[in-house]
Design a protein around this ligand. Structure first.
Ligand SMILES: *[C@@H]1O[C@H](CO)[C@@H](O)[C@H](O)[C@H]1NC(C)=O
Ligand SMILES: *[C@@H]1O[C@H](CO)[C@@H](O)[C@H](O)[C@H]1NC(C)=O
Ligand SMILES: *[C@@H]1O[C@H](CO)[C@@H](O)[C@H](O)[C@H]1NC(C)=O
Ligand SMILES: *[C@@H]1O[C@H](CO)[C@@H](O)[C@H](O)[C@H]1NC(C)=O
Ligand SMILES: *[C@@H]1O[C@H](CO)[C@@H](O)[C@H](O)[C@H]1NC(C)=O
Ligand SMILES: *[C@@H]1O[C@H](CO)[C@@H](O)[C@H](O)[C@H]1NC(C)=O
Ligand SMILES: [Zn+2]
Length: 299
Protein backbone atom coordinates (compact mmCIF):
# COMPACT_ATOMS: atom_id res chain seq x y z
CA UNK A 1 0.00 0.00 0.00
CA UNK A 2 1.67 3.20 -1.05
CA UNK A 3 0.43 6.33 0.60
CA UNK A 4 1.28 9.91 -0.20
CA UNK A 5 0.26 13.08 1.49
CA UNK A 6 0.55 14.02 5.08
CA UNK A 7 -0.96 11.69 7.56
CA UNK A 8 -3.06 12.99 10.36
CA UNK A 9 -1.65 11.40 13.43
CA UNK A 10 -3.75 11.19 16.53
CA UNK A 11 -1.95 10.64 19.76
CA UNK A 12 -3.96 9.41 22.66
CA UNK A 13 -2.94 8.72 26.21
CA UNK A 14 -1.34 5.39 26.90
CA UNK A 15 -4.06 4.80 29.41
CA UNK A 16 -6.72 5.22 26.75
CA UNK A 17 -4.81 2.88 24.50
CA UNK A 18 -4.93 0.24 27.20
CA UNK A 19 -8.67 0.43 27.62
CA UNK A 20 -9.38 0.65 23.92
CA UNK A 21 -11.23 -2.16 22.24
CA UNK A 22 -11.51 -4.58 25.05
CA UNK A 23 -12.67 -7.46 22.87
CA UNK A 24 -13.70 -7.26 19.18
CA UNK A 25 -16.92 -8.86 18.10
CA UNK A 26 -17.35 -11.00 21.19
CA UNK A 27 -16.57 -14.69 20.99
CA UNK A 28 -20.03 -15.40 19.60
CA UNK A 29 -19.70 -12.85 16.81
CA UNK A 30 -16.36 -14.22 15.65
CA UNK A 31 -17.58 -17.79 15.94
CA UNK A 32 -20.59 -16.89 13.79
CA UNK A 33 -18.52 -15.23 11.06
CA UNK A 34 -16.20 -18.23 10.82
CA UNK A 35 -19.02 -20.78 11.03
CA UNK A 36 -20.76 -19.07 8.11
CA UNK A 37 -17.48 -18.95 6.18
CA UNK A 38 -16.92 -22.70 6.72
CA UNK A 39 -20.11 -23.40 4.75
CA UNK A 40 -18.85 -21.51 1.68
CA UNK A 41 -15.28 -22.78 1.39
CA UNK A 42 -14.20 -24.49 -1.79
CA UNK A 43 -12.70 -27.98 -1.68
CA UNK A 44 -9.22 -26.54 -2.14
CA UNK A 45 -9.74 -24.08 0.70
CA UNK A 46 -11.14 -26.73 3.03
CA UNK A 47 -8.05 -28.84 2.48
CA UNK A 48 -5.58 -25.98 2.94
CA UNK A 49 -7.34 -24.63 6.02
CA UNK A 50 -7.34 -28.09 7.56
CA UNK A 51 -3.58 -28.38 7.08
CA UNK A 52 -2.90 -24.97 8.56
CA UNK A 53 -5.17 -25.12 11.60
CA UNK A 54 -3.50 -25.94 14.91
CA UNK A 55 -4.37 -29.35 16.41
CA UNK A 56 -6.45 -27.64 19.11
CA UNK A 57 -8.94 -26.50 16.45
CA UNK A 58 -9.81 -30.12 15.66
CA UNK A 59 -10.34 -29.18 12.03
CA UNK A 60 -12.79 -26.39 12.74
CA UNK A 61 -11.90 -22.84 11.63
CA UNK A 62 -14.53 -21.34 13.95
CA UNK A 63 -12.71 -22.82 16.94
CA UNK A 64 -9.75 -20.44 16.49
CA UNK A 65 -11.53 -17.28 15.36
CA UNK A 66 -11.09 -15.59 18.73
CA UNK A 67 -7.44 -16.62 19.05
CA UNK A 68 -6.29 -13.12 18.06
CA UNK A 69 -8.28 -11.70 21.00
CA UNK A 70 -7.12 -14.36 23.44
CA UNK A 71 -3.41 -13.67 22.83
CA UNK A 72 -3.33 -9.91 22.73
CA UNK A 73 -2.90 -9.49 26.48
CA UNK A 74 0.36 -11.42 26.45
CA UNK A 75 3.38 -9.15 26.31
CA UNK A 76 4.74 -10.98 23.30
CA UNK A 77 1.63 -10.12 21.33
CA UNK A 78 1.01 -6.65 22.63
CA UNK A 79 1.96 -5.14 19.26
CA UNK A 80 -1.12 -6.74 17.70
CA UNK A 81 -3.67 -4.79 19.76
CA UNK A 82 -3.99 -1.89 17.27
CA UNK A 83 -4.68 -4.41 14.50
CA UNK A 84 -8.28 -5.02 15.57
CA UNK A 85 -9.69 -1.66 14.52
CA UNK A 86 -9.08 1.59 12.70
CA UNK A 87 -10.02 4.99 14.06
CA UNK A 88 -11.44 7.66 11.78
CA UNK A 89 -11.82 11.42 12.29
CA UNK A 90 -14.76 12.39 14.48
CA UNK A 91 -18.06 12.89 12.66
CA UNK A 92 -16.54 12.60 9.19
CA UNK A 93 -18.24 9.24 8.67
CA UNK A 94 -15.66 8.22 6.09
CA UNK A 95 -12.51 6.16 6.01
CA UNK A 96 -9.27 6.63 4.12
CA UNK A 97 -6.42 4.12 4.29
CA UNK A 98 -3.55 6.60 4.07
CA UNK A 99 -5.14 9.01 6.49
CA UNK A 100 -6.45 6.53 9.04
CA UNK A 101 -4.45 3.29 9.00
CA UNK A 102 -1.81 3.85 11.66
CA UNK A 103 -1.55 3.26 15.36
CA UNK A 104 -1.43 5.95 18.02
CA UNK A 105 2.39 6.09 17.72
CA UNK A 106 2.06 6.90 14.02
CA UNK A 107 3.22 3.53 12.67
CA UNK A 108 1.67 3.23 9.23
CA UNK A 109 -0.33 0.13 8.26
CA UNK A 110 -0.85 -0.73 11.89
CA UNK A 111 -4.63 -1.09 11.85
CA UNK A 112 -7.23 -3.67 10.95
CA UNK A 113 -7.21 -3.02 7.20
CA UNK A 114 -3.39 -3.00 7.09
CA UNK A 115 -3.38 -6.31 8.95
CA UNK A 116 -5.88 -7.83 6.50
CA UNK A 117 -3.65 -6.84 3.57
CA UNK A 118 -0.61 -8.15 5.42
CA UNK A 119 -1.93 -11.61 6.29
CA UNK A 120 -3.69 -12.04 2.96
CA UNK A 121 -0.45 -11.34 1.12
CA UNK A 122 1.55 -13.71 3.35
CA UNK A 123 -0.86 -16.52 2.53
CA UNK A 124 -1.28 -15.53 -1.11
CA UNK A 125 2.43 -15.48 -1.86
CA UNK A 126 2.89 -18.85 -0.21
CA UNK A 127 0.02 -20.48 -2.12
CA UNK A 128 -0.07 -18.54 -5.40
CA UNK A 129 3.50 -17.26 -5.64
CA UNK A 130 6.31 -19.01 -7.43
CA UNK A 131 8.10 -19.71 -4.17
CA UNK A 132 6.00 -21.76 -1.77
CA UNK A 133 8.53 -21.35 1.07
CA UNK A 134 7.22 -18.74 3.47
CA UNK A 135 9.14 -16.88 6.14
CA UNK A 136 5.92 -16.48 8.05
CA UNK A 137 3.93 -18.71 10.32
CA UNK A 138 0.96 -19.33 8.05
CA UNK A 139 -1.11 -20.88 10.81
CA UNK A 140 -0.96 -17.54 12.57
CA UNK A 141 -1.63 -15.70 9.30
CA UNK A 142 -4.83 -17.71 8.81
CA UNK A 143 -6.02 -17.19 12.38
CA UNK A 144 -5.31 -13.45 12.22
CA UNK A 145 -7.01 -13.07 8.85
CA UNK A 146 -10.15 -14.95 9.92
CA UNK A 147 -10.39 -12.76 13.02
CA UNK A 148 -9.67 -9.37 11.47
CA UNK A 149 -12.10 -9.86 8.58
CA UNK A 150 -14.71 -10.34 11.30
CA UNK A 151 -13.58 -7.24 13.21
CA UNK A 152 -13.61 -4.91 10.21
CA UNK A 153 -17.30 -5.75 9.67
CA UNK A 154 -18.21 -4.53 13.18
CA UNK A 155 -19.24 -0.94 12.45
CA UNK A 156 -17.63 0.49 15.60
CA UNK A 157 -14.27 -1.07 14.75
CA UNK A 158 -14.20 1.75 12.21
CA UNK A 159 -15.56 4.36 14.59
CA UNK A 160 -14.34 7.76 15.74
CA UNK A 161 -10.96 8.41 17.32
CA UNK A 162 -12.41 10.84 19.89
CA UNK A 163 -14.56 8.19 21.56
CA UNK A 164 -12.30 5.23 20.77
CA UNK A 165 -14.86 3.54 18.58
CA UNK A 166 -17.60 3.96 21.17
CA UNK A 167 -15.51 2.56 24.04
CA UNK A 168 -15.71 5.83 25.95
CA UNK A 169 -19.46 6.29 25.41
CA UNK A 170 -21.04 4.95 28.57
CA UNK A 171 -24.61 3.75 28.06
CA UNK A 172 -27.06 1.40 29.65
CA UNK A 173 -28.10 -1.74 27.83
CA UNK A 174 -31.51 -2.16 29.39
CA UNK A 175 -30.62 -2.10 33.14
CA UNK A 176 -26.94 -2.81 32.77
CA UNK A 177 -24.14 -0.28 32.55
CA UNK A 178 -21.80 -0.82 29.62
CA UNK A 179 -20.32 1.12 26.69
CA UNK A 180 -21.46 1.52 23.12
CA UNK A 181 -18.58 -0.46 21.64
CA UNK A 182 -19.44 -3.41 23.86
CA UNK A 183 -23.11 -3.14 22.89
CA UNK A 184 -22.11 -3.80 19.29
CA UNK A 185 -19.47 -6.44 20.04
CA UNK A 186 -21.57 -8.45 22.41
CA UNK A 187 -24.81 -7.17 23.94
CA UNK A 188 -26.93 -7.07 20.77
CA UNK A 189 -25.88 -10.60 19.86
CA UNK A 190 -26.36 -11.89 23.43
CA UNK A 191 -29.82 -10.38 23.74
CA UNK A 192 -30.84 -11.74 20.33
CA UNK A 193 -29.67 -15.24 21.20
CA UNK A 194 -31.62 -15.13 24.48
CA UNK A 195 -34.75 -13.45 23.12
CA UNK A 196 -35.20 -14.93 19.68
CA UNK A 197 -33.05 -18.03 19.41
CA UNK A 198 -33.77 -20.03 22.57
CA UNK A 199 -30.38 -19.16 24.09
CA UNK A 200 -28.72 -21.24 21.37
CA UNK A 201 -26.16 -19.50 19.16
CA UNK A 202 -26.42 -22.34 16.63
CA UNK A 203 -30.07 -21.40 15.99
CA UNK A 204 -29.09 -17.79 15.31
CA UNK A 205 -26.40 -18.95 12.91
CA UNK A 206 -28.96 -21.11 11.10
CA UNK A 207 -31.31 -18.12 10.79
CA UNK A 208 -28.54 -16.04 9.22
CA UNK A 209 -27.60 -18.92 6.92
CA UNK A 210 -31.23 -19.21 5.82
CA UNK A 211 -31.24 -15.53 4.94
CA UNK A 212 -28.08 -15.97 2.91
CA UNK A 213 -29.79 -18.57 0.78
CA UNK A 214 -33.15 -16.76 0.66
CA UNK A 215 -33.47 -12.96 1.05
CA UNK A 216 -29.84 -12.18 0.31
CA UNK A 217 -29.14 -14.77 -2.37
CA UNK A 218 -28.98 -12.12 -5.09
CA UNK A 219 -26.52 -10.06 -3.07
CA UNK A 220 -23.93 -12.72 -2.38
CA UNK A 221 -21.88 -12.36 -5.54
CA UNK A 222 -21.55 -8.62 -5.03
CA UNK A 223 -20.45 -9.19 -1.42
CA UNK A 224 -17.82 -11.66 -2.60
CA UNK A 225 -16.32 -9.61 -5.36
CA UNK A 226 -13.56 -7.06 -4.93
CA UNK A 227 -13.30 -5.53 -8.38
CA UNK A 228 -10.23 -5.80 -10.63
CA UNK A 229 -9.87 -9.39 -9.46
CA UNK A 230 -8.30 -8.30 -6.22
CA UNK A 231 -7.99 -10.98 -3.55
CA UNK A 232 -9.36 -8.91 -0.70
CA UNK A 233 -10.77 -5.39 -0.30
CA UNK A 234 -10.70 -4.33 3.34
CA UNK A 235 -10.96 -0.65 2.41
CA UNK A 236 -14.45 -1.33 1.07
CA UNK A 237 -15.45 -3.24 4.22
CA UNK A 238 -14.14 -0.42 6.43
CA UNK A 239 -15.93 2.26 4.43
CA UNK A 240 -19.20 0.37 4.81
CA UNK A 241 -18.59 -0.02 8.54
CA UNK A 242 -18.01 3.64 9.35
CA UNK A 243 -21.08 4.55 7.35
CA UNK A 244 -23.15 2.07 9.37
CA UNK A 245 -21.54 3.36 12.56
CA UNK A 246 -22.86 6.83 11.78
CA UNK A 247 -26.27 5.72 10.53
CA UNK A 248 -27.02 3.18 13.25
CA UNK A 249 -24.47 2.76 16.02
CA UNK A 250 -23.89 6.36 17.12
CA UNK A 251 -27.37 7.53 16.31
CA UNK A 252 -29.53 7.97 19.44
CA UNK A 253 -26.74 6.55 21.58
CA UNK A 254 -25.36 9.62 23.28
CA UNK A 255 -23.34 9.29 26.50
CA UNK A 256 -25.58 8.34 29.40
CA UNK A 257 -28.48 7.13 27.28
CA UNK A 258 -30.37 3.93 27.93
CA UNK A 259 -30.67 1.62 24.95
CA UNK A 260 -33.65 -0.71 24.95
CA UNK A 261 -36.14 -2.38 22.61
CA UNK A 262 -36.27 0.35 20.02
CA UNK A 263 -32.51 0.45 19.56
CA UNK A 264 -32.11 -3.32 19.90
CA UNK A 265 -34.80 -4.25 17.38
CA UNK A 266 -33.73 -1.71 14.77
CA UNK A 267 -29.99 -2.52 15.01
CA UNK A 268 -30.15 -6.30 15.22
CA UNK A 269 -30.78 -6.71 11.45
CA UNK A 270 -27.67 -4.61 10.79
CA UNK A 271 -25.58 -6.80 13.08
CA UNK A 272 -26.91 -9.99 11.50
CA UNK A 273 -26.21 -8.73 8.01
CA UNK A 274 -22.64 -7.72 8.93
CA UNK A 275 -22.01 -11.17 10.41
CA UNK A 276 -23.29 -12.68 7.16
CA UNK A 277 -21.13 -10.41 5.00
CA UNK A 278 -18.08 -11.08 7.15
CA UNK A 279 -18.56 -14.83 6.76
CA UNK A 280 -19.23 -14.75 3.02
CA UNK A 281 -16.23 -12.52 2.40
CA UNK A 282 -13.89 -14.53 4.60
CA UNK A 283 -14.81 -17.61 2.58
CA UNK A 284 -14.37 -15.74 -0.71
CA UNK A 285 -10.91 -14.49 0.27
CA UNK A 286 -9.77 -17.93 1.45
CA UNK A 287 -11.14 -19.50 -1.75
CA UNK A 288 -9.07 -17.09 -3.83
CA UNK A 289 -5.94 -17.57 -1.73
CA UNK A 290 -6.08 -21.35 -1.80
CA UNK A 291 -7.41 -21.88 -5.32
CA UNK A 292 -5.33 -24.34 -7.31
CA UNK A 293 -6.93 -23.33 -10.62
CA UNK A 294 -4.67 -20.34 -11.23
CA UNK A 295 -1.57 -22.47 -10.83
CA UNK A 296 -2.87 -25.11 -13.19
CA UNK A 297 -3.78 -22.48 -15.78
CA UNK A 298 -0.27 -21.01 -15.55
CA UNK A 299 1.47 -24.36 -15.69
C1 LIG B 1 2.94 7.33 6.87
O1 LIG B 1 2.02 7.66 5.86
C2 LIG B 1 1.87 9.04 5.70
C3 LIG B 1 0.66 9.29 4.79
O2 LIG B 1 0.73 8.57 3.61
C4 LIG B 1 3.18 9.61 5.16
O3 LIG B 1 3.07 10.99 4.93
C5 LIG B 1 4.25 9.35 6.20
O4 LIG B 1 5.51 9.77 5.72
C6 LIG B 1 4.32 7.88 6.55
N1 LIG B 1 5.17 7.72 7.70
C7 LIG B 1 6.19 6.90 7.72
C8 LIG B 1 6.96 6.82 9.00
O5 LIG B 1 6.51 6.22 6.75
C1 LIG C 1 2.55 -8.41 9.25
O1 LIG C 1 2.74 -9.70 9.80
C2 LIG C 1 3.98 -9.93 10.45
C3 LIG C 1 3.97 -11.35 10.99
O2 LIG C 1 2.97 -11.52 11.94
C4 LIG C 1 4.20 -8.89 11.54
O3 LIG C 1 5.48 -9.04 12.07
C5 LIG C 1 3.99 -7.49 11.00
O4 LIG C 1 4.10 -6.56 12.05
C6 LIG C 1 2.62 -7.40 10.38
N1 LIG C 1 2.35 -6.07 9.89
C7 LIG C 1 1.11 -5.54 9.91
C8 LIG C 1 0.97 -4.16 9.40
O5 LIG C 1 0.14 -6.14 10.33
C1 LIG D 1 2.94 -21.19 14.38
O1 LIG D 1 2.07 -20.51 15.24
C2 LIG D 1 1.33 -21.32 16.15
C3 LIG D 1 0.40 -20.38 16.91
O2 LIG D 1 1.13 -19.31 17.46
C4 LIG D 1 2.30 -22.05 17.06
O3 LIG D 1 1.56 -22.89 17.93
C5 LIG D 1 3.23 -22.88 16.21
O4 LIG D 1 4.18 -23.51 17.05
C6 LIG D 1 3.95 -22.02 15.18
N1 LIG D 1 4.69 -22.87 14.27
C7 LIG D 1 5.98 -22.71 14.08
C8 LIG D 1 6.62 -23.64 13.09
O5 LIG D 1 6.63 -21.84 14.65
C1 LIG E 1 -29.28 -6.52 -2.48
O1 LIG E 1 -29.14 -6.09 -3.81
C2 LIG E 1 -30.20 -5.28 -4.26
C3 LIG E 1 -30.04 -5.09 -5.75
O2 LIG E 1 -28.70 -4.93 -6.10
C4 LIG E 1 -30.17 -3.99 -3.48
O3 LIG E 1 -31.18 -3.11 -3.91
C5 LIG E 1 -30.37 -4.32 -2.01
O4 LIG E 1 -30.25 -3.15 -1.24
C6 LIG E 1 -29.36 -5.33 -1.54
N1 LIG E 1 -29.76 -5.81 -0.23
C7 LIG E 1 -28.92 -6.02 0.72
C8 LIG E 1 -29.51 -6.61 1.96
O5 LIG E 1 -27.72 -5.76 0.65
C1 LIG F 1 -10.53 -11.36 -13.84
O1 LIG F 1 -10.77 -12.75 -13.69
C2 LIG F 1 -11.58 -13.28 -14.73
C3 LIG F 1 -11.91 -14.73 -14.38
O2 LIG F 1 -10.86 -15.34 -13.69
C4 LIG F 1 -10.82 -13.15 -16.06
O3 LIG F 1 -11.62 -13.66 -17.10
C5 LIG F 1 -10.54 -11.67 -16.30
O4 LIG F 1 -9.78 -11.52 -17.47
C6 LIG F 1 -9.80 -11.04 -15.13
N1 LIG F 1 -9.74 -9.60 -15.28
C7 LIG F 1 -8.64 -8.90 -15.04
C8 LIG F 1 -8.75 -7.42 -15.20
O5 LIG F 1 -7.58 -9.42 -14.73
C1 LIG G 1 -33.30 -11.79 7.27
O1 LIG G 1 -33.49 -10.84 6.26
C2 LIG G 1 -34.58 -9.97 6.49
C3 LIG G 1 -34.75 -9.10 5.26
O2 LIG G 1 -33.52 -8.45 4.92
C4 LIG G 1 -34.33 -9.19 7.76
O3 LIG G 1 -35.41 -8.35 8.04
C5 LIG G 1 -34.11 -10.14 8.92
O4 LIG G 1 -33.75 -9.39 10.07
C6 LIG G 1 -33.00 -11.11 8.60
N1 LIG G 1 -32.85 -12.10 9.66
C7 LIG G 1 -31.66 -12.58 9.99
C8 LIG G 1 -31.63 -13.62 11.03
O5 LIG G 1 -30.62 -12.23 9.46
ZN1 LIG H 1 -10.66 -8.32 17.57
Amino acid sequence: MGCNGLLWIGRVLILMLLVHEVVGWGKDGHYTVCKIAEGYLSEDAVAAVKELLPPSAEGELAAVCSWADDIKWYYKWHWTSPLHYVDTPDFKCNYNYCRDCHDSDGHNNSCVTGAIFNYTSQLYSAYQGSNPQSNYNLTEALMFLAHYIGDVHQPLHVGFLGDLGGNSITVRWYRRKTNLHHVWDTNIIDSAVKTFYGSDLAIMIQAIQRNITDSWSNNISSWESCGNNRTVCPNLYASESVRLACLYAYRNATPGSTLEDEYFLSRLPIVEKRLAQGGIRLAAVLNRIFSTEVKIAQA
